[in-house]
Design a protein around this ligand. Structure first.
Ligand SMILES: [Mg+2]
Length: 221
């Protein structure tokens, strides 16, 4: 079943769009999976566990976490902290293990989209990737120059769905929460908290939906 874009709320006073990066500004299932999997392989190696052993421990933790939190999901980074891997440490792993340029390429249509959106809105990124891979991703896609702010995992050292990265984004842009619109592919990670804070929210199924935002936001405002 193909998931369709879902508009939760578009604030009348929208001044900025806060984009999730991975699986939002590009759609590449292999790379999205590989980003987590490469860390999982490394995690297994340093723990001296087999890959399957490490994976089943991580999966069990996340399933249990979801059960205790009404079905909500937690991030991979947060899960690692439960196994004694600090956010600082997983940031270093990701910088070392992940090279977006190996998987992604320039996206002319996304450049065009950002050009249109940046006429009307300030553009920021709120990502659970560290700053270095986040910037590399935006560079490879060709859109980094449109971003006024990037709030990465190593900006606040807590990962979404914590509200701190969103607070920091609004603060950096000198905007009220009600003037921000969060756009991302995962409801629990990218939308639930911003919506609760009073921001707008649009869930996309991938970059194809992002291409339609100039049209949607022109009509909404
Ligand atoms: Mg994402």
């Amino acid at each position: 079943m193909r998931f369709k874009m879902k508009i939760y709320r578009i604030p009348a006073e929208t001044k900025a769009i806060l984009f999730d990066i991975d699986s939002t500004l590009y759609t590449n299932a292999f790379y999205a999976h590989e980003q987590v999997d490469v860390q999982l392989r490394y995690f297994a190696k340093i723990k001296g566990w087999s890959y399957d052993e490490a994976k089943s421990k991580i999966d069990a933790y996340r399933q249990n976490w979801a059960k205790e939190h009404g079905g909500a999901k937690t991030s991979f980074g947060n899960t690692l902290t439960a196994f004694g891997i600090s956010i600082e440490e997983s940031v270093r792993w990701r910088e070392k293990l992940i090279d977006p340029a190996e998987y992604l390429e320039h996206d002319a249509k996304l450049v065009e989209t950002m050009e249109a959106l940046s006429q009307k809105f300030r553009i920021a990124a709120v990502t659970n990737n560290p700053m270095i891979p986040a910037k590399k991703t935006l560079e490879v896609l060709g859109v980094i120059n449109f971003f006024d702010e990037i709030i990465a995992l190593d900006t606040c050292f807590v990962s979404k769905p914590h509200k701190l990265p969103y607070e920091r984004a609004a603060q950096s842009l000198a905007l009220a929460f009600e003037q921000c619109l969060s756009v991302g592919d995962r409801y629990d990670i990218d939308l639930a908290v911003p919506l609760e804070m009073g921001m707008g929210g649009i869930q996309v199924s991938g970059v194809k939906d992002v291409y339609t935002l100039p049209e949607i936001l022109t009509h909404a405002n």
